[in-house]
Design a protein around this ligand. Structure first.
Ligand code: MSP
Length: 674
């Protein structure tokens, strides 16, 4: 069976119910949901599983603290997870709870199979246990004072009769499996950690407890409950017992028929990359029946600080989604964090990225394309006519970026996929300026206007599909503005937008409202005040100041309050030669993090070279095609190594969040500002 046709199965960890959903949970769930949506778009049979991990000492104690039974406690918290995901547009196909009979039955039968094969034996155990980690610790794991290395809390001495799992018997087979399946543990850097852990020797694992009873009873010996990780890891497989709603066996999602991808944070990679395959091997699963990949991601910090209930900086993803819409949060999480690396949820950066990528780039493209159709084509899809070299260059560029995006989604690199998607949008924005439909209109060349707008509508249609994994609601909204079917109508075949156009000549373009209205400085500050955790626990309903409605275009940022400069005469002002410039080329300056080298058309025989400190805010390709305001008579400035700047661009803001002064499209380069 070709890879493309194999059923695809993506899982999140099942979340402990001693906590309510936070941004870390939302992150993995969003990635899983986006992957599921990407593979559905490719015409694959794709399924996503999430759920809650409800047994163990940690939950038992949390319930006792609240004075309720563990079952009542887990029922309530599990429901909060179940309710949270749809609000983030995360549509898991199944939600498993480890207290469900279907799971308990499966785990007990798995235990029996492993016991029958001789990989479980009874013994006695004395060791340190961290309830936070729900795992035993060796002396060398501990910090001075017998503190857990992760939770920094005292570990407990446990001395019990226990069943051991013969993990030591799987050391060689695990190493051989990693060797034969180089893509199993991802990313590569983490793989090395796991391999050296296994190479350093595996001890048998204690997999049952007798000192509490909130767990799955060991078959035939119900004095023991199973180690919570033995129980929890099995959820990935227990959820595939039986048939789906169409009567088809769920087993098809498991290997070898299905491609199984487990996503989890780096802290629990070892459980997934060592214990889980070993349990499956012990139960008789062949190598082809083991998961395709266990993919660990990094940890999110909040505004540069560790996320912690103690400091109260935990971000409630539901509040962010309420304010901006789920898709905007999803976009940020997927784009701003390189999957596999640690990342930061920076409140100010969140709004900046929103304005830059979604407002100025994608939203602007959709809005101006539809706006020009309203002006020039009576809101109808125009004929394609004959494409010029400029048009075919756009088509080729967009195809190239969307191919890159597909490859990146396949490789589980959402950040790279969205970078390429936005690059395609930038190309189209640049094309608008270069193709200048308003000039063709002025010349009465209506077929040319039609061709340009057709090319643009076609790119917008393709982008409406490409953004679907990250932004499913926005995807349908863009499509509605193009008069196209919702994405759900495309999911029965490979619909990744590299094929024929979806446009129908003459079709009506229903007008819509702006997709990504931008936030100006005042709105941004109010939003930040509202969203930044006020050192209060997550999920609070603290009333906050009303935020003014966003506007369709970015308002200029007000100047910082400082003493006004002394008045100047008009002559002094007019001594400054301000000109409209069109950026025709732009590149990074090697070894200078902040600088970009621009070629700016000022209506002179040759474009001017201008060196500007824009690189912390802009990538070169997003500037090409933009109209800027240039101080044209500033004395040249020498930056050394042959770099001389012949002018200065006007901009406002700190170097990592600059706004360029700009002017309407259609104003000829070189025009004077006065
Ligand atoms: N119940 C176990 C998983 C069992 S899977 C068979 C568990 N649950 S958890 O609720 O504590 O953690 C769930 C996931 O949240 C883990 O993948 C963990 O890495 C992730 N995160 C917790 N804090 C996080 C961040 N600050 N950032 C990103 N993810 C983080 O472990």
């Amino acid at each position: 069976m070709s890879l493309q046709k194999r059923p695809f199965y993506v899982t999140t960890p099942i979340y402990y119910v001693n906590d309510v959903p936070h941004l870390g949970h939302a992150y993995t769930s969003t990635v899983a949901d986006a992957l599921r949506r990407f593979h559905l778009l490719r015409g694959r049979d794709a399924r996503m599983l999430t759920g809650t991990d409800e047994h163990g000492l940690k939950i038992d104690r949390a319930a006792k603290e609240q004075g309720v039974t563990p079952q009542a406690f887990t029922d309530a918290v599990s429901q909060r997870f179940r309710d949270a995901w749809p609000k983030l547009n995360v549509r898991a196909d199944d939600f498993i709870r480890t207290t469900e009979p279907r799971h308990i039955e499966f785990v007990q039968s798995l235990w029996k199979v492993i016991a029958d094969k001789g990989f479980l034996y009874k013994g006695a155990y004395e060791a340190w246990y961290c309830v936070g980690c729900e795992t035993f610790k060796t002396e060398k794991d501990l910090l001075p004072g017998n503190l857990c290395d992760i939770h920094k809390k005292p570990v407990e001495r446990v001395k019990e009769e226990t069943y051991f799992f013969k993990l030591s018997a799987f050391q060689d087979r695990l190493l051989a499996f990693y060797e034969a399946h180089p893509g199993f543990i991802r990313p590569e850097t983490r793989k090395n950690e796991v391999v050296s852990f296994v190479k350093s020797g595996l001890d048998d694992l204690s997999v049952s407890r007798t000192s509490f009873s909130w767990g799955i009873p060991v078959p035939g010996d119900d004095k023991h409950v199973m180690f919570v990780w033995f129980d929890a890891l099995a959820n990935y497989r227990s959820a595939l017992e039986g048939n789906d709603a169409h009567g088809k066996p769920l087993r098809r999602y498991w290997g070898p028929e299905g491609e199984v991808v487990h996503l989890m944070g780096k802290d629990i990679l070892r459980f997934h990359a060592v214990y889980w395959p070993a349990f499956l091997m012990a139960a008789g699963y062949t190598d082809a029946e083991l998961p395709e990949a266990v993919h660990a991601h990094g940890f999110l910090t909040i505004d540069g600080e560790k996320m912690s209930k103690m400091t109260g900086n935990v971000v409630d993803p539901l509040r962010v989604a309420e304010e901006f819409g789920a898709d905007v949060l999803r976009y940020y999480l997927l784009r701003a964090v390189s999957f596999g690396q640690d990342g930061d949820f920076d409140h100010a950066g969140f709004i900046e990225r929103y304005n830059a990528d979604l407002g100025k780039n994608l939203g602007n493209l959709v809005q101006r394309t539809i706006g020009m159709c309203a002006k020039y084509t009576n809101l109808k899809v125009p004929d394609a006519g004959v494409y010029t070299a400029l048009d075919t260059e756009l088509v080729a560029g967009v195809q190239r970026e969307l191919q890159k995006a597909a490859d990146a989604w396949t490789a589980i690199e959402p950040h790279a996929a969205l970078e390429a998607t936005m690059a395609a949008s930038s190309l189209a924005n640049t094309y608008v300026d270069r193709a200048a439909p308003w000039a063709a209109f002025k010349d009465g060349d209506l077929p040319r206007v039609g061709t340009i707008l057709h090319a643009l509508l076609d790119v917008v249609a393709r982008l409406s599909i490409a953004i679907y994994p990250a932004m499913p609601d926005k995807s349908d909204r863009v499509r509605a503005q193009l008069g196209l079917s919702p994405i759900s109508a495309l999911l029965d075949h490979d619909a990744w937008p590299l094929g024929a156009t979806e446009l129908t000549i003459g079709a009506a373009l229903p007008p819509g409202t702006p997709l990504f209205p931008m936030y100006d400085k005042e709105q941004t500050e109010l939003l930040l005040a509202k969203l930044r955790p006020a050192k209060a626990p997550a999920m609070t309903d603290t009333p906050a100041a009303p935020v003014p409605a966003p506007t369709a275009a970015a308002a200029p940022a007000p100047a910082a309050p400082e003493a006004p400069p002394a008045p100047i005469t008009y002559d002094q002002f007019s001594a400054v030669d301000l000109r409209v410039g069109l950026v025709v080329a732009c590149e990074k300056v090697p070894k200078k993090d902040k600088l970009l080298k621009l070629q700016v058309d000022l209506g002179e025989p040759e474009p001017r070279t201008i060196i500007a400190g824009l690189a912390l805010t802009f990538t070169p390709e997003t500037l090409v095609g933009r109209r800027v305001v240039v101080v044209a008579n500033l004395a040249p400035r020498d930056f050394g190594k042959g770099l001389v700047s012949h002018g200065m661009l006007l901009a406002s803001g700190p170097s990592e969040a600059l706004h360029l002064a700009s002017i309407d499209e259609g104003v000829a380069p070189g025009s004077k500002l006065k």
